[in-house]
Structures are given as structure tokens and as C-alpha cells.
Design a protein around this ligand. Structure first.
Ligand SMILES: Nc1nc2c(c(=O)[nH]1)N[C@H]1C(S)=C(S)[C@@H](COP(=O)(O)O)O[C@H]1N2
Ligand SMILES: [Mo]
Length: 200
């Protein structure tokens, strides 16, 4: 008869046996795959190649420069919030030390790289010159948008952002989500109250 105290050990070893067949090359490959850096919330109904309707509501973003889609004067592409969010929404939770100081904020918005695709950014485009409502300006490499889930966020923790709360749109980098983002480099690129982006 097996003593009562031996039962946990028996149970543990049989569990080990059950899991052993899964411990080969496949799980190791799975562990090596990077974790998803964003979650897709809505795929979007406005796709690259489609015409972008002129805004009917308040303009929240103006693009210009090396883009092939236009719907406003002087080669501009203007978005109201509804049309902007039709590009599709993604989200991740990260640190907002740069602005509100909160450590876990769920940012949701349009992936910057998807916005550029939908705007028809020219393949040679290398930089984005972003300007805020307060005239703060910063240059963002297009490569940031390509390699990171940089969002033009339209909500934080499920809420619209007023201008007083860094909105209506904010460029957010995945601090605390993607490791290794140096504040000296990426804090200045975290532009809030975004008014316009010139693609260069
Ligand atoms: N709209 C807007 N975004 C901005 C700024 C600003 O002045 N206005 N300052 C930038 C800079 S230089 C940095 S380091 C971070 C944090 O700015 P702060 O230290 O002035 O709060 O936000 C960036 N985003
Ligand atoms: Mo700064």
C-alpha cells in the first residue's frame, strides 16, 4: 500500500511524465517567439488604396507632405475622429511616466504605421515632422512606426482625451511594454495634443 505522504510525489511525477512529451523542440521555439506587442481591437474599414472622405466633424489631425491621399486644400489629408478610427484600432497597456505619471495605462488608437499606409506615404519617406496644438514640434523616424507599435492614441483607459488631458490624440511609445526604450530618446518623440504630421 502506498503511504498517504507519497501521494503528492506520485502525482507530481505523473504530471511530469504527462508534460515531458511537450518539452521538445516545439515549446522551445514557441518560447523564443516574441510576445505580441499589441492587440487588434478592430481591423478597420478604411484600407490602404481607398479614398479617404473629407471630414464632416471637427478635424483632429492633418497630414501633409509625401503622401498620395488627399482630401483637403494644399495636398492635405484631414481626419475627423470617426474617420481616423475607421483605420482600425489597436491597443496595449504601458507606462505613462512621460505625461500623467501613471504606470499602467491602456492606450488605444491607430497604429502609426497603418496610418501611414492608409495615407499612401511614399516608400522613400523617412521622417515624420509632428506638430502639437501648442506648437511643440518633433521629428519621428518612420522606422519607429515600422518596428514599434507606436500609436496615435485616441483613448486612454477607455476614455477620450481632452486637450487638458493630452488629447485629442497622442503619439505614444510602448514604455514598459517593449523593453529598452530609452527616455532620453523617446520621451521627446512622445508628442501629445497632436495637430499635424508632415511626412518627409
Ligand atoms: N504637445 C507636447 N508634447 C510634448 C512636449 C510638449 O511640450 N508639448 N514635450 C516633449 C518633451 S521634450 C518631453 S521630454 C516629453 C515630456 O515633456 P515634459 O518633461 O515637458 O513634460 O514630452 C514631449 N511631448
Ligand atoms: Mo524633453
Amino acid at each position: 500500500m502506498v503511504p498517504r505522504s507519497a501521494f503528492p510525489a506520485v502525482l507530481a511525477s505523473s504530471l511530469l511524465l504527462l508534460t515531458l512529451p511537450g518539452c521538445g523542440a516545439e515549446p522551445r521555439a514557441r518560447a523564443a517567439a516574441p510576445a505580441a506587442d499589441h492587440t487588434v481591437v478592430t481591423a478597420g474599414t478604411l484600407r490602404p488604396g481607398q479614398a479617404i472622405p473629407a471630414p464632416t466633424g471637427t478635424v483632429v489631425l492633418t497630414l501633409r507632405g509625401a503622401i498620395t491621399r488627399h482630401n483637403g486644400p494644399d495636398g492635405t489629408l484631414r481626419f475627423d475622429m470617426r474617420t481616423l478610427e475607421r483605420i482600425g484600432l489597436a491597443e496595449w497597456t504601458g507606462s505613462d511616466a512621460v505625461a500623467t505619471g501613471r504606470t499602467r495605462v491602456r492606450f488605444r488608437g491607430v497604429l502609426l504605421r497603418r496610418l501611414l499606409q492608409v495615407a499612401g506615404a511614399r516608400p522613400g519617406a523617412r521622417t515624420l515632422r509632428a506638430a502639437a496644438l501648442n506648437d511643440y514640434k518633433v521629428t519621428i523616424p518612420v522606422a519607429d512606426a515600422t518596428r514599434l507599435p507606436v500609436l496615435l492614441a485616441t483613448t486612454a483607459d477607455g476614455r477620450r482625451m481632452s486637450v487638458a488631458r493630452y488629447g485629442p490624440t497622442r503619439v505614444v511609445y510602448p514604455f514598459g511594454k517593449v523593453p529598452g526604450l530609452q527616455p532620453t530618446v523617446y520621451d521627446p518623440r512622445s508628442i501629445w495634443q497632436v495637430a499635424s504630421i508632415e511626412v518627409r
